[in-house]
Write a protein that binds this ligand. Structure first.
Ligand code: UT7
Length: 325
């Protein structure tokens, strides 16, 4: 049996916000954002919800994979910005889709979330426990940002990406060949967002203000350029192929300079690294599946192409996968 991604889908909010739009509401500039990150625009929710965007992305992936809601027996949503703490995003999506045969749960691994969801789905499918999984990376990061902190809020966007992962007969192709993932909780505070303050009859807290994402950009940058090439090499070695065998490297879209640095470290041409951060910004768990859907729907992925997916971010966490389309 081969465990394959059989369909992809994505959804971006209708409201597009350019760097110039941001410079009208805060002290920033198109020049600063583009030079430091490569980003030109991002899409931010106005009426959309994380659930709605996820369900729309899921429907497109299901249609492409020719999978009905009843066929899905596992839903894993990777998110840090679900609409409710409970019910989980995956259960909300289950309801929206009418996927009544599925078991649904969320994974919180921030920007590596889609890779962690893929790894988890792979393990369930490999064990034979489930046959058809819907995995999602979906974020409404605009509600997690401090819009008075220009060093973080300009970097992030909203959106959702989905993939159907199935156990398929061997003749359908190779599918997922290797997966690696890792965490380093010791460095977690360089990219953080506090939970709710404790307030019960026995604890009085002064803290009333909602917490937002804080980031030590340079520390996260250093972590990314150190860790991603290592994780990609490890995944490639585990798959018993070489870097030159890879047609596309689909990386988390945090910064064009990180992507260029990874390409250089791996001695691979930048043309093998598709990007959408120019249009989407960084959408945490949704970046990788939205970009995957993007290149899939543009017809760039041909049957037999070998690709790397890689995510990295808060936790700190990282993950990479090698798969043949
Ligand atoms: O998805 C999770 C993973 N996240 C990442 O991988 C992010 C990794 N880090 C980065 O991509 C970069 O570190 C950033 C894009 C976040 C920042 O780039 P940088 O080159 O490290 O800039 P910096 O933090 O050193 O800021 C330089 C200057 C500061 O001014 P001074 O102190 O030098 O006068 C900031 O105040 O840029 C200023 N600045 C801004 N100026 C205009 C910070 N934000 C802005 C802004 N507009 N939005």
């Amino acid at each position: 049996m081969a465990i394959k991604i059989c369909g992809t889908g994505s959804y971006l909010p209708k409201h597009r916000v350019t760097n110039d739009d941001l410079s009208e509401i805060m002290d920033t500039s198109d020049e600063w954002i583009q030079t430091r990150t490569g980003m030109k625009a991002r899409h931010l929710v106005t009426e959309e919800t994380t659930t709605m965007m996820s369900a729309e992305a899921a429907k497109l992936a299901m249609e492409q994979a020719n999978v009905s809601a009843e066929d899905i027996d596992l839903i894993i949503a990777a998110t840090i910005s679900q609409d409710y703490i409970i019910p989980t995003l995956s259960c909300e999506v289950q309801r929206e889709l009418g996927a009544k045969n599925a078991v649904a749960f969320d994974i919180g691994a921030a920007c590596s979330g889609f890779l962690f969801a893929l790894n988890t789905a792979y393990s369930y499918l490999k064990s034979g426990q489930y046959q058809t999984a819907l995995i999602l990376g979906a974020e409404t990061l605009s509600k997690m940002m401090d819009w008075e902190d220009r060093s973080t809020c300009v970097l992030f966007g909203d959106g959702a990406g989905a993939a159907i992962v199935r156990n398929m007969p061997d003749e359908e192709g190779i599918g997922i060949e290797s997966l690696v993932q890792g965490s380093d909780g010791a460095k977690g505070m360089v990219l953080a967002c506090k939970g709710r303050p404790v307030k019960n009859p026995y604890v009085e807290t002064e803290e009333e203000r909602m917490s937002y994402v804080t980031m030590d950009g340079q520390e996260v940058y250093k972590f990314a350029v150190r860790t991603v090439p290592k994780a990609v090499k490890e995944a490639v070695e585990k798959a018993e192929v070489t870097l030159d065998d890879i047609d596309y490297f689909v990386l988390h879209q945090a910064n064009i300079r990180i992507i260029e640095s990874v390409a250089k470290h791996l001695h691979q041409p930048i043309e093998k690294f598709p990007t959408n951060l120019q249009e989407c910004g960084n959408i945490s768990a949704a970046s990788v599946p939205i970009l995957l859907d993007d290149i899939n729907r543009k017809g760039l992925l041909k049957k037999g192409n070998r690709i790397v997916l890689a995510g990295f971010g808060a936790g700190l966490t990282w993950g990479a996968a090698v798969l043949t389309w």
